[in-house]
Design a protein around this ligand. Structure first.
Ligand code: HEM
Length: 158
């Protein structure tokens, strides 16, 4: 049983680093960058912060995914994916896939160059869009954390 306790502890620790960082970026850093509070070169300011956080987020996403799959397999929880009562299990996997796609494929291969060009030509629009996307992802992640903590303690919506 100790292995499951360890997996759960690592799972939650990595969720804290990852979603905590997303919350900080969305509610504190991006609004400051958008308003030019961190200097007139908004793209440079944003990239200096993003470059450092993106690796923390990538490692955290890997730890969350591996520990989550480990717990699901060890506790044989696959049946949960057949029931809407466990909507929060689906939410965890969905949020995980969205972020994994953005961090490992979207950011390095698609967004990096395009966002750079967009932020140079139309900064208001580009940073406004970036802020909105972060808000949507943060809300989804927070609902998921709430549902997972409450749901794993037996709290049911229906
Ligand atoms: C591949 C993706 C994931 C899998 C397979 C997975 C799987 C699991 C499992 C099996 C549990 C234990 C449930 C129980 O004890 O009944 C759990 C708990 C939890 N997960 Fe995930 N998870 C994943 C991603 C995520 C993500 C993306 C988040 C956050 C946004 C998250 C947040 C949590 C939280 C907060 C708990 C509750 C811990 C507790 O209160 O003990 N998980 N996860």
């Amino acid at each position: 049983m100790n292995d499951i306790i360890l997996a759960r502890a690592l799972h939650v620790l990595a969720v804290v680093v990852w979603i905590g960082g997303v919350a900080m970026a969305t509610t504190v850093i991006l609004p400051a960058v958008r308003r030019g509070d961190l200097g007139p070169e908004r793209l440079k300011a944003f990239q200096a912060i993003e470059r450092r956080f993106v690796w923390q987020a990538r490692v955290a996403v890997l730890v969350v995914g591996l520990s989550g799959i480990y717990m699901t397999a060890r506790l044989d929880l696959w049946d949960r994916f057949r029931s809407v009562d466990f909507w929060w299990m689906h939410a965890m996997v969905a949020v995980w896939f969205i972020f994994a796609f953005v961090l490992f494929i979207g950011e390095p291969f698609i967004l990096h160059g395009r966002f750079h060009r967009w932020a140079v030509s139309r900064p208001e629009l580009a940073f406004g869009w970036l802020y909105k996307v972060h808000c949507v992802l943060l809300v989804l992640a927070l609902i998921t954390v709430f549902g997972a903590v409450a749901g794993s303690q037996g709290w049911a919506l229906f």
